[in-house]
Design a binder for this molecule. Structure first.
Ligand SMILES: [Zn+2]
Length: 366
């Protein structure tokens, strides 16, 4: 075969093969050199603004987790018309709310107006809002039966008018009180006669008399002083003790005490007066008992300072319960001292064994 004949044969074979293969373009240039069948693939979707339904990436969270009413939580703006009626709290908002709740700073739950307990330091202070009447105690004296006889020649003072505390009265009788520096005329006697004479004055009165009595609860005369003379119609007495500046206090009937959850010995914060002289008195002692009528007792100085008079209203704003009393430990040395001073063992005293023996020997057994 000549070269020309070979060329011709090759051309015939190629033409025959090309006629059998469907994926080869008619111009003879093979698009794919493979002899294998070419797989059929789907057409890509037409381009559009909406992703295809199967993509899953563009579901709105509102659709699966409806949230708070619509509106912008940061600005408080109401939702734009036509926008989604529901709003899902952002992750940041949810995180902040959870953290605040965990730290105890979540919005406070509703609380009753009376009896909220808050802590100030180590003491429990309870907030209150209770209105009570004010009674201003002017200077006065309670007399023992002996002193009544000496000063007025009778067993009991005579009643002028009833005062707010049941059973007590302002008497017709008055005394003149003389101290180192001056005299208080016409100090009212309050009856009936009681165990021990007690003169209750204000600090201004004390200044006029020239004495410095302690501020004490009525009836607590252990630290009281004397040094004044009482002059009555039929005689005079020199007091060796019994002069106090009465500590401000709230007389509290048993019913009110139970209703308000207060007890004898509690200490109160009481707001007194209105306007520029309004003030809050702290450490107001509660004297609770069924013999009392509920009334706040201030002395003349305190009433002037707050600009109030008898019959005005005051508001209890906080209460601190009395600290539970602990028994006092008494040693043998304490017993000897108490016996020497002619005193008595305190109630609820806890005695050491030697103190108990000594107390027994000295006739001081509680
Ligand atoms: Zn009183």
């Amino acid at each position: 075969m000549t070269d020309q004949e070979i060329e011709r044969l090759v051309s015939l074979v190629v033409d025959a093969l090309l006629r059998q293969a469907p994926n080869v373009r008619p111009d003879g240039h093979s698009r794919d050199a493979s002899w294998l069948p070419i797989p059929v693939r789907p057409e890509p979707p037409a381009r559009s603004t909406e992703p295809p339904v199967w993509s899953g990436a563009a579901q709105r969270l509102d659709d699966v987790a409806p949230g708070l009413p619509a509106g912008d939580s940061r600005t408080g703006a109401s939702p734009a018309p036509g926008s989604s009626p529901i709003r899902r709290a952002s992750t940041g908002e949810l995180t902040n709310a959870v953290r605040a709740a965990a730290a105890g700073r979540a919005p406070a739950p509703d609380v009753a107006p009376v009896g909220r307990v808050r802590h100030r330091g180590t003491s429990r202070l309870r907030s209150l809002e209770i209105d009570v009447a004010v009674g201003v105690s002017n200077r006065h004296v309670h007399l023992s039966p002996d002193h009544t006889r000496t000063l007025f020649g009778m067993d009991q003072p005579t009643a002028l008018r009833a005062i707010s505390q049941p059973g007590q009265f302002a008497a017709n009788e008055t005394v003149a009180v003389t101290g180192p520096r001056g005299t208080l005329d016409a100090v009212r006697v309050v009856g009936p006669a009681r165990g021990e004479t007690q003169l209750e004055i204000s600090l201004s009165d004390a200044l006029r008399l020239g004495i410095t009595p302690p501020i004490a609860a009525s009836g607590s005369l252990a630290g009281s002083i004397g040094g004044v003379t009482l002059q009555g119609k039929t005689g005079s007495v020199v007091l060796s003790r019994g002069v106090i500046v009465a500590a401000r206090h709230l007389h509290l009937g048993s019913d009110d005490a139970a209703r308000w959850g207060l007890a004898d010995g509690d200490r109160l914060d009481v707001r007194v007066g209105e306007g520029s002289r309004a003030t809050t008195y702290h450490d107001v002692l509660v004297r609770a008992g069924k013999q009392y009528a509920t009334e706040l007792h201030l002395d003349a100085d305190e009433a002037f300072a707050a600009g109030v008079k008898s019959g005005d209203r005051a508001r209890i704003v906080a209460a601190k319960p009395r600290a539970p009393s602990r028994p006092v430990l008494i040693t043998e040395r304490d017993v000897i001292r108490i016996a020497r001073e002619g005193g008595r063992l305190p109630p609820r005293a806890l005695l050491t064994p030697s103190a108990r023996d000594r107390a027994r020997a000295l006739g001081l057994e509680p």
